[in-house]
Design a protein around this ligand. Structure first.
Ligand code: SF4
Length: 277
């Protein structure tokens, strides 16, 4: 069985950065915690837990020199302020997500209302909604456009959560342009997730089976699964090697392997080894 690995695999730059940050700090004198799901991968979070880097439960133990790192996909200002009252906080937000917040800030100051294509339950969207409330409207698909109540002459900006599907963003942009005449569109899907989406198409078209490795709670992994399924009928989303089962690769000569941006490379290697054995 021939296994074809995506070129863009393992952590993205934002996840590499935050993992490096917490690991480096934990080697010093501080007790390092993270706030919320630092990244969307339970295997990597379990590894961090094993080396003493744990999720912050809101309480600083007496005498502890603690620091809390906020998650890669953003934390609302209110949450950061709440944390700062208790403990030292280090902003772990990916620079690409920070840029989006800056863009939204600027647009609102210039009188725009912002429409964001995203998933309301995702940390990135929760932080945006909390920070900008009524100025930002999150839509999850093209059908949600019906419910938008902005007037035709309002200045509007359409952007996207960093991990969404390009094709869907373009459909939404097209539909919105037909509805609102003052719409500005800026595609803020992260280029690292876009590269993975493109590879997912190429690989899914050319193999018998596709394995997508990543958390079930990982938005960009779920996007890869959705894309791969458009081009291949045998797509499996696996979180770890325990999800592999006999019969997965029956009659398969080629297996394509993709991963989400918060999937550690050691997990990818473990799964490949297991597939081969
Ligand atoms: S997917 Fe992109 S935006 Fe998200 S953490 Fe990685 S580099 Fe940053």
């Amino acid at each position: 069985m021939n296994m074809i690995l995506a070129k863009n695999i393992g952590f993205c730059s934002g996840v590499k950065r935050i993992i490096h940050l917490v690991e480096t700090m934990s080697k010093g004198k501080k007790k390092v915690y993270y706030w919320g799901a630092l990244i969307h991968n339970s295997v990597e979070l379990a590894r961090l837990n094993d080396i003493g880097i744990k999720e912050f439960d809101g309480n600083v133990k007496s005498g502890e020199n603690a620091i809390v790192v906020t998650r890669a996909h953003g934390t609302s200002k209110e949450e950061v302020e709440m944390l700062r009252k208790k403990v030292k906080v280090l902003d772990g937000t990916c620079p690409k997500v920070i840029k989006i917040h800056q863009m939204v800030d600027k647009a609102i100051k210039e009188g725009y209302r912002v429409i964001v294509y995203g998933n309301e339950r995702h940390a990135e969207m929760k932080a945006l909604r909390k920070d900008y409330e009524n100025e930002v409207k999150i839509i999850s698909d093209v059908n949600s456009i019906e419910g938008l109540t902005m007037s035709d002459d309002e200045k509007l900006l359409l952007i996207s959560q960093t991990t969404m599907m390009k094709e869907d963003f373009e459909k939404i942009a097209f539909a919105l342009k037909n509805k609102f005449k003052n719409l500005k569109v800026y595609n803020t899907i992260c280029e690292e997730t876009l590269a993975r989406q493109k590879e997912a198409i190429d690989i899914a078209k050319s193999v018998d089976v596709v394995l997508v490795i990543g958390g079930k709670n990982s938005s960009n992994t779920n996007t890869l699964v959705k894309i791969a399924k458009e081009y291949n009928t045998r797509v499996f989303h696996v979180e770890d090697e325990k999800a592999l089962f006999p019969g997965m690769f029956i009659n398969a000569n080629t297996v394509g392997v993709l991963s989400g941006t918060s999937t550690p490379i050691y997990l990818v290697k473990r799964i490949i080894e297991k597939c081969k054995s």
